[in-house]
Each structure stands twice: as structure tokens, then as C-alpha cells.
Design a protein around this ligand. Structure first.
Ligand code: NDP
Ligand code: 8X3
Length: 253
């Protein structure tokens, strides 16, 4: 049976790598994000290379009307949604709590927490009506342990961890799997976004370590999605070998 995956935030990083991985394996891939041109380019690439159906949904997860309209449109394009990857997210700034920019706080809370909820609220009923599905929530090592100046970003990721647990309980009786994947430091556009386009500062974050790559997370998502029907990975934390927790990182020799 042809399967369908919906990935939020597929214009770069983990989301894009997950889209490529599942397209390589024949999935119908629904990719979302705000940058329309990147969505169009990725659609073209996946259709050309893997001959799969690709649906682009250009919306901002912070806007609940846009989310509802996008998922309503998606329902006209696909018969079912087998997997939802709640991946869209970001850090904005890195400041001690007394210096924090409240606009940064709004962006992180609205995207990482409320955006994930808006998408889930639209997609979960599709899965409950199918009596099957798999929701993969992208948390972070910051879901498990806070780090200096990470305050609000970490709080949003702790909330993702809580929601991951809560969704699994609520959706258990429908046979829906819920998995939290919690990556440590990975070199994507994450730090460029956090530091508002300061590429040098972003590069420096990973300068002396061998960080995770987006493809590592895509491989893990693929593994989690391909276990026997009775097996669900509830919670998976993964770091590169230079990192033990969100606060214990050693530099490469
Ligand atoms: P990237 O910046 O490379 O990708 C983030 C993706 O999220 C983009 O596709 C972006 O799309 C999308 N996005 C951001 N804001 C919105 C929005 N308001 N509406 C719709 N889409 C949005 O970063 P990563 O791939 O690293 O991050 C993916 C997830 O992984 C995030 O939740 C992040 O917190 C988490 N994470 C990252 C780690 C890392 O070290 N890189 C480690 C642990 C977790 P667009 O801008 O086009 O809208
Ligand atoms: C992102 C991990 O430690 O780079 O969630 O902020 S970190």
C-alpha cells in the first residue's frame, strides 16, 4: 500500500532530510514550510529523482486558520495520513532570562508549542478515523535538561516532551503510535536562525565537535516508522559522540 507522510518544516534541516528519506522509499510526501520557493524546488527534486507524489503546503504553523486550511486542502489530495512529523521549530536568541527579548519568546512559544498543537489538532482526527497512524514529535536534548541562556527554548521543548507523553496516552486506544525523537547538536540552519543570520557565530557552535547531521535524524525517523506493528519507540534521545547531555559537550581532540 502506498503510504503518506506529512512533515512540518521541510524546507531545510531535519524536515528536508526526512522528506528525502521517505521519498527514496516510495512514500507520498507532504512537505510544509513558509518558504514557498524551497518547497517547489524540493518537490521538483523528489518527483524527478524518486518518481513519488509530492504535495506542498505553504503555511505558517503559528497561524491556526492557515493550518486548518492547509490540512483541509490536503484531505482533498490524499486518502490517508500514515505519519505526521511535528518538526517545524526554532530557537530565537540566546539570552539570560533578565535580558530576554519577549518577541523572541513569543516566536518560540508560538512556533514550537502552539504550532505543533495546531497541526496535531487537525491531523489527529484523520488518524483516529483511520484507527491507525504514527506521530513523531521532534523534541531535543533541551527537552530533557535546560542549559544556560536556553530558558524559553528549553521550556518549549520540555512542553513538546510533555505533549509527546500526553498524546501517546490519549491516542493509545486508537492504535496510533507516538514517538519523541530528541536530538542533540546538529548542524542545520538552526543556529543561523537562532543568531538571526550571523553565519560565523552559527558555524562556531559546531567548530570543535563532529555534530549530528540532518540525515542521521532522517535515518532514525525511518527506523522508528518501520518497526513491527506492535512495537513503538516512545522516546529516543540521540547525540553526537562529543555530547552526553545538553550541558556536557567535549571538544574534538
Ligand atoms: P532548520 O532551521 O534547518 O529547519 C527548521 C524548519 O522549521 C524549516 O523548514 C522552517 O521552514 C520550519 N519553520 C520554522 N518556523 C516555522 C513556522 N512558523 N511555520 C512553518 N515552518 C516553520 O532547523 P532544524 O532542522 O535543526 O530544526 C528542526 C527541528 O529540530 C526544530 O523543532 C528544532 O527545534 C529541532 N532540533 C534541532 C536541533 C539542532 O541542533 N539542529 C537539535 C534538536 C532539536 P520555513 O522557514 O521555510 O518556514
Ligand atoms: C537544539 C539543541 O543544544 O543546540 O535543540 O540548543 S541545542
Amino acid at each position: 500500500m502506498n503510504k503518506t507522510i506529512l512533515i512540518t518544516g521541510a524546507t531545510s534541516g531535519f524536515g528536508k532530510a526526512i522528506a528525502i528519506k521517505f521519498a527514496q522509499n516510495g512514500y507520498t510526501v507532504c512537505i510544509t514550510g513558509r518558504r514557498e520557493e524551497r518547497l517547489a524546488d524540493l518537490k521538483q527534486q523528489l518527483e524527478d529523482e524518486y518518481k513519488v507524489k509530492v504535495i506542498t503546503l505553504n503555511f505558517d504553523v503559528r497561524d491556526k486558520q492557515q493550518v486548518a486550511a492547509a490540512i483541509a486542502h490536503l484531505k482533498t489530495q490524499v486518502d490517508r495520513i500514515d505519519i505526521l512529523v511535528n518538526n517545524a521549530g526554532l530557537a530565537s536568541g540566546l539570552s539570560s532570562i533578565e535580558d530576554g527579548d519577549t518577541d523572541d519568546w513569543d516566536v518560540m512559544i508560538d512556533t514550537n508549542l502552539k504550532g505543533l498543537l495546531y497541526v496535531t489538532r487537525q491531523v489527529a482526527p484523520i488518524m483516529t478515523s483511520q484507527a491507525s497512524g504514527h506521530i513523531i514529535n521532534i523534541g531535543s536534548t533541551a527537552s530533557k535538561m535546560v542549559y544556560k541562556n536556553g530558558n524559553v527554548y528549553c521550556a518549549t521543548k520540555f512542553a513538546v516532551d510533555a505533549l509527546n507523553q500526553a498524546m501517546r496516552i490519549d491516542l493509545l486506544s486508537y492504535g496510533i503510535k507516538v514517538t519523541g525523537i530528541h536530538p542533540g547538536m546538529a548542524e542545520t540552519e538552526f543556529s543561523v536562525v537562532r543568531f538571526k543570520g550571523d553565519e560565523e557565530r552559527a558555524k562556531n557552535v559546531y567548530a570543535e565537535i563532529n555534530p549530528l547531521r540532518a540525515e542521521d535524524i532522517a535515518d532514525i525517523a525511518w527506523y522508528c516508522a518501520n518497526l513491527p506493528a506492535h512495537v513503538c519507540i516512545n522516546d529516543l534521545t540521540v547525540t553526537c559522540l562529543n555530547q552526553a547531555t545538553s550541558v556536557n559537550t567535549i571538544k574534538e581532540a
